[in-house]
Design a protein around this ligand. Structure first.
Ligand SMILES: NC(=O)c1ccc[n+]([C@@H]2O[C@H](COP(=O)([O-])OP(=O)(O)OC[C@H]3O[C@@H](n4cnc5c(N)ncnc54)[C@H](OP(=O)(O)O)[C@@H]3O)[C@@H](O)[C@H]2O)c1
Length: 250
């Protein structure tokens, strides 16, 4: 009997701890979502090339403060001067610290280095992962991705990061044109093992002038990786849903 009481007390303590942790996480997500909605969240781009600069510029135009980074930040002045004071420049390490939410848009071969070098700064953060193993040569990580899928492999490297596949399957030029109102807003497919992080990422897709199309977990996200139909469909959300065989109001 004594053992049973001890066991029950242990279980009850564990349950209380789990409930408290969930409540803290939910409050944290609520706060992040509120900051996104009010435009007060700090964003960062690691890899401000074609894709990173297109999405980051759209966010600056939407009123967010964005730090752009590459390994050669001195080359980013022309970009940030056009965008005004909300566009900042930093090293990838500074961007990983500055961004409460981070967009990753580096060549795929850089993932082992980036995930290792900025693990401390990125821990627990939401990361919008736009990378593709497509056209990345014969690196070991590309072989892993061919077997298991880009999203699953990236989450394996970025342990402790709330990874959401976003902006990976749409051309940078299409995102720029959507955000500038030069074409109908493009559908941007999203996948993540973290549904709360994905909802927050979806708001940032809207902020970039596009329409989020929630696909499912990282395994389901293979449907918009290269060699699959949703990759570079560059189309409206309605047509994208049809291509991905999602219900119309998903
Ligand atoms: N272009 C598109 O239309 C498009 C669309 C969807 C997804 N994507 C994906 O986005 C990623 C980038 O493609 P992109 O076309 O934008 O390439 P890109 O124009 O060559 O830009 C890549 C950027 O990453 C930086 N970079 C490279 N290695 C880095 C590292 N280790 N740490 C930090 N920054 C690094 C590069 O600058 P430095 O060399 O100076 O560091 C460069 O600014 C790829 O994975 C691609 O598949 C591209």
């Amino acid at each position: 009997m004594k053992h049973l009481f001890k066991w029950l007390a242990g279980v009850s303590l564990l349950l209380t701890w789990l409930i408290t942790q969930n409540a803290v996480a939910a409050q944290n997500d609520h706060d992040i979502a509120a900051q996104v909605a009010s435009g007060k969240i700090q964003l960062a781009v690691i890899g401000a090339g074609s894709l990173g600069s297109s999405v980051g510029s759209a966010w600056v135009r939407a009123g967010y403060k964005v730090m752009f980074s590459t390994r050669h930040p001195d080359e980013l002045h022309a970009l940030t001067q056009k965008l005004g004071p909300n566009a900042l420049i930093g090293t990838p390490e500074q961007a990983a610290s500055f961004g409460q939410i981070v967009l990753l848009a580096v060549p795929y071969k850089a993932i082992p280095q980036v995930s290792h070098d900025y693990a401390t700064q990125l821990k627990g953060k939401i990361m919008l992962d736009a990378t593709n193993s497509w056209w990345s040569g014969r690196y070991a990580i590309v072989k892993e991705a061919l077997k298991d899928g880009d999203g699953v492999v990236n989450q394996r490297y970025f342990k402790g990061v709330r990874l959401v596949r976003a902006f990976s399957a749409v051309d940078a030029t299409v995102i720029a044109a959507s955000s500038e109102g030069k074409r109908p807003p493009a559908g941007v497919p999203l996948a993540s093992n973290d549904p709360q992080a994905m909802q927050i990422a979806a708001e940032l897709v809207k902020a970039a002038g596009c329409v989020p199309v929630i696909v499912g977990d990282l395994q389901a996200g293979r449907s918009f990786e290269h060699k699959h139909k949703g990759f570079r469909a560059n189309t409206t959300p309605e047509k994208l849903r049809k291509i991905l065989k999602l219900p119309a109001n998903h």
